[in-house]
Design a protein around this ligand. Sequence first.
Ligand code: CDP
Length: 231
Amino acid sequence: MNKKIIIAIDGHSSCGKSTVARQVAHALQYNYVDSGSMYRAVTLFALRNKLIINGLVDSNRLVEMLPLISISFKYNPEEQKSDTYLNGENVEKEIRGLEVSNNVSLVAVVKEVRQAMVKIQQEMGREKGIVMDGRDIGTVVYPQAELKIFMTTSPQIRAQRRYDELVGKGEAVSFDEILKNVEERDFIDQNREESPLRKASDAVVLDNGNMSRNEQLDWVLSKVNEILNDN
Ligand code: CDP
């Protein structure tokens, strides 16, 4: 089958969007882009340059410095996934830590940051054959995407997954702290003025609370096949 489509996956934090997106991209031989990692890289840049103090972002300076930020991805064969690079430095591990997680939603509300990221993301999808996950992919980045998925599940299940992931990586974290972070990010993501997290009207909902990895992959692939067979 030669026809390639765009698959946009949006949803709450830690509901497994990136796992599904990666599985689907692998099965279809599509590119996968984790748009959240781009906001995380900008957040790391802001933290390193002391542009976030006590939960306040110096957005004027951050916007001024945006041209100094270059974000790219490079495939890591060992991990079988792409690592995120900030100005040529591999920051994959650092952007997943709690300090970035605790601040990323504050940076993601800055309009000019979003505009810059969306521009890069749209460029990446020009040739289709892409799976991108985030908060505004089906609503803002690719409103024309052939398949839009809105993923969600309860905050407790999501916090437990994030906890297991970080503990698995050897980080000392508390479950309560993670649950708080998940709930706070949901609130900020849904209530911000600029591109709030919303289900696109033509998105299909995937609640994977009781689904195995294989079940969720099959679910998405069946939607893809419906679209490809319709055309
Ligand atoms: O993995 P998780 O879903 O927890 O987070 P992420 O996808 O790495 O995204 C981190 C944060 O970036 C989110 O909490 C959002 O505040 C922001 N984000 C966004 O605003 N728009 C996107 N397209 C992707 C992420």
